[in-house]
Design a protein around this ligand. Structure first.
Ligand code: PCA
Length: 216
């Protein structure tokens, strides 16, 4: 049994991306009898999904979790929903800035994560790691990858039955030091969080019923 974790290359003038720093540390880790594999994804619309396809074809994973940087967030945030729109506030790493185009033309407006996001948040908090459900993965390359993943799970035989979703993580301290007042999380804590998230995703088949809602 294979688990695929993806992290992104740096973007937006950053020298590193905490998602790849954390995910790459878990390459080769074994969890609940599964082998964990890390793959680095370009921060480029379209190319990100081609890299995802190659990894899924190669590994035939049963669980896929995309990880991405969400600068400004203070917690580990499993995403609830991927939406079918690309709307770049900035250019991707290939200089493209799609505005209001679908990730997949003709596909549904949105897909829900099939990870036990509430149980993940519960287990992270119980381990002393700040976490919360997020109800928007944005409209940049992370949401693009997340939506593309969930669409493949529904439409492609090679991905049928895969459990999939996405988790955004805060800046590392060395990134946040350039933006006074912005929160961060140490790399060791992020790595510990991903271990918990993977273990929970492998063990919990049915999510728990706990609020993860927001008023606005
Ligand atoms: N974060 C960006 C794209 C890559 C990443 O790590 C996002 O949230 O869309």
């Amino acid at each position: 049994m294979n688990v695929l974790l993806t992290g992104f290359e740096p973007f937006d003038k950053e020298a590193l991306n905490p998602s790849w720093e954390a995910v790459s540390a878990l390459e080769g880790w074994r969890c609940e009898g599964a082998a964990v594999h890390a793959r680095r994804i370009p921060c480029v619309f379209g190319a990100a999904l081609r890299e995802l396809d190659a990894a899924i074809d190669e590994l035939q994973p049963q669980l896929v979790i995309g990880i991405g940087q969400a600068g400004g967030r203070s917690e580990i945030t499993p995403e609830r929903v991927a939406i079918n729109v690309d709307d770049g506030r900035i250019c991707d790493n290939a200089g493209c800035q799609p505005i209001d185009v679908p990730v997949v033309a003709g596909a549904p407006a949105a897909y829900f994560s099939t990870l036990p996001i509430k149980a993940m948040v519960r287990d992270l908090r119980a381990s002393g790691i700040p976490a919360a459900v997020s109800n928007s993965a944005g409209t940049f390359v992370c949401n693009h990858l997340f939506f593309g993943l969930m669409h493949r799970i529904v439409t492609r035989p090679v991905a049928a039955g895969v459990r999939g979703g996405f988790i955004h993580i805060p800046y590392l301290p060395e990134q946040a030091a350039r933006f006074p007042g912005v929160p961060s999380m140490a790399l060791d804590t992020v790595i510990a969080a991903l271990r918990i998230a993977v273990a929970t995703a492998l063990v919990v088949r049915e999510d728990v019923r706990e609020t993860g809602g927001q008023l606005s």
